[in-house]
Design a protein around this ligand. Structure first.
Ligand code: TMP
Length: 251
């Protein structure tokens, strides 16, 4: 096979030029990082699980009319997605306090919030993705007011969808992060959900036991990350039972 042009390599994924104009191949690595890559490891099978899980969530979003970048899965580690210009924001939606919000505001982890709270971080690894307000976003031109209205609406629709899907399998969606892409269609531009939605970018707690089934297992050394992600995949019916503990490289 001809070598593909690598466009970008991030901490958990590699992007290659896609086979058709306007497409990108998104390759999911097994690399796990936390605390802005201060903590690193290679977790056998993580990329396979996240490729499948992101496919599952993005396909579900398409079914309910939430525009996103996913086109189709290509193989165990790769999916074809729409090329888009990533808005330089991490859009976080929180239903329960945890992580940086709990630290910042002194709220116990697991406290239910009065309503979903949306936060924005400026995507800049060198700065550690600092929290910003809509004032910064507008003043520095990272997104327009119209974009912000669309981003808020996308984020809340993803939250409704993801909360429901998770609740149905006994998992609480504590919070998550999405990224937004800009696509151009003739004279118009549209915002779509991009990047990935996976246990790398969500907090997922078992409703009964509170067990963490997301990347906090790695961040906080709580056990096997693939066991946690496999459990999410198993409950959602994403991976056949025989594939649960160690995904094989069969398409
Ligand atoms: P935080 O509580 O650390 O700010 O994280 C909020 C959510 O965002 C949580 O679901 C994990 C996710 N997240 C990412 O996807 N990437 C990141 O770099 C960070 C810090 C958090």
């Amino acid at each position: 096979m001809a070598r593909r042009k690598k466009i970008y390599e991030g901490k958990a994924k590699i992007l290659y030029e896609g086979p058709e104009p306007g497409t990108i191949v998104q390759y999911f690595k097994d690399d796990a990082t936390a605390f802005n890559a201060e903590k690193k490891d290679v977790i056998d099978g993580k990329g396979v699980l996240n490729n499948r899980l992101s496919e599952f969530f993005m396909t579900g979003l398409t079914q309910i009319g939430v525009p996103n970048h996913f086109i189709r899965r290509l193989n165990m580690r790769e999916q074809l997605v729409r090329n888009c210009e990533i808005v330089p924001l991490e859009v976080i939606v929180r239903n329960y306090s945890a992580g940086s919000m709990s630290k910042r505001l002194g709220i116990a982890e697991g406290t239910q919030l009065p309503r979903p709270i949306v936060e924005y971080c400026y995507k800049d690894d060198a700065l550690g993705d600092p929290l910003v307000t809509e004032e910064h976003i507008a003043a520095f031109g990272w997104a327009s007011q119209q974009d912000m209205d669309d981003i808020l609406s996308l984020a809340l629709r993803v939250n409704d969808f993801m909360s429901g899907v998770m609740l149905a399998v006994g998992i609480r969606l504590v919070d998550f992060k999405i990224e937004i892409g800009r696509v151009y269609e003739g004279d118009f531009q549209r915002l779509i959900v991009a990047d990935e939605i996976s246990p790398d970018s969500c907090r997922l707690w078992d409703i009964e036991t509170g067990q963490k089934l997301d990347k906090d297992v790695f961040r906080r050394d709580l056990g096997s990350l693939t066991d946690a992600y496999s459990e999410v995949a198993r409950r959602l019916g994403v991976l056949p039972k025989s594939n649960v503990t160690k995904p094989t490289l069969i398409n």
